[in-house]
Design a protein. Structure first.
Length: 267
């Protein structure tokens, strides 16, 4: 009987210990979960503030090695390349044209060349020792170039030391022996050779088919805005206007049309 009671008492004591251990474990589990939740709340609340603080600290740090003072490193200022000289493509304003006499003989049914003559009356605005004209795809006959006072078109004329060409700016330049006088008028004349191009610029060639279906050649002009220089040497700028007297050579079976009426026709 005592042994049963003792066994019963021992058995009862073991059951009470099991319940106690379970309660402790549950309590510890609740504390652990509470700690996790609390930590999450703290991180959620304070993390943005920490990031902002880090950004401010990083912004104060040197960005490049050049921002760190180093007495052993010297810096050199960048080398500035020399500025390219701007090329003036405008004609000098020392001379202005007054009147042109232009004679053109296009060989439309031949080798498409143009035999030409130009005579330009000019007024001197400032003393100058050269005369610059525009030319493009033109061969000047330098032995025929003359410069004379406009009131005396006979005689040897004024001396021209040399003839120069600037293909980039499309200039012909006559360098004179002595300067031209301001307020005086002079006449420059020359023979030249041009070409009826197929580029739709200047004095160019074209064609059409007549009623019989035969090809007919023609020559026409397009001088806007800077293509007159392809037809004859000139002051080819809109601001340098002048009057013109045009002679056009053609065969008898051809006709010519202009923006002005024909003054006369002769063989």
């Amino acid at each position: 009987m005592e042994m049963n009671q003792s066994a019963a008492s021992v058995s009862f004591g073991k059951k009470n210990g099991c319940y106690l251990n379970r309660g402790v474990l549950v309590l510890l589990g609740l504390l652990f979960i509470s700690a996790i939740v609390a930590t999450g709340l703290i991180v959620y609340y304070y993390a943005p503030q920490v990031r902002d603080t880090q950004k401010e600290e990083l912004s104060t740090l040197p960005k490049t090695s050049s921002d760190i003072e180093n007495p052993l490193v010297t810096t050199a200022s960048p080398v500035t390349p020399p500025k390219k000289e701007k090329r003036d493509i405008r004609l000098p304003r020392s001379i202005k044209p007054l009147h042109y006499v232009v004679k053109l003989q296009p060989f439309i049914n031949g080798n498409f060349s143009i035999m030409g003559y130009v005579q330009i009356e000019m007024e001197v605005l400032e003393p100058t020792k050269n005369i610059s004209l525009h030319i493009l795809d033109i061969i000047t006959k330098n032995e025929t170039i003359k410069l004379l006072p406009s009131n005396s078109l006979e005689g040897p004329g004024l001396g021209i030391d040399r003839h120069a060409y600037d293909p980039v700016r499309q200039f012909y330049i006559a360098h004179l022996a002595r300067p031209l006088e301001r307020g005086k008028k002079y006449v420059l004349s020359m023979n030249f050779e041009g070409h009826l191009n197929d580029q739709l610029h200047g004095f160019y060639r074209s064609s059409y088919e007549d009623a019989k279906g035969e090809k007919v050649l023609l020559a026409c002009t397009q001088f806007q805005p800077t293509d007159a220089r392809r037809a004859f040497p000139c002051f080819d700028e809109p601001g340098l206007k002048a009057t013109f007297e045009i002679y056009l050579g053609r065969t008898e079976n051809m006709s010519s049309i202009s923006n002005m009426p024909i003054y006369e026709t002769f063989p």
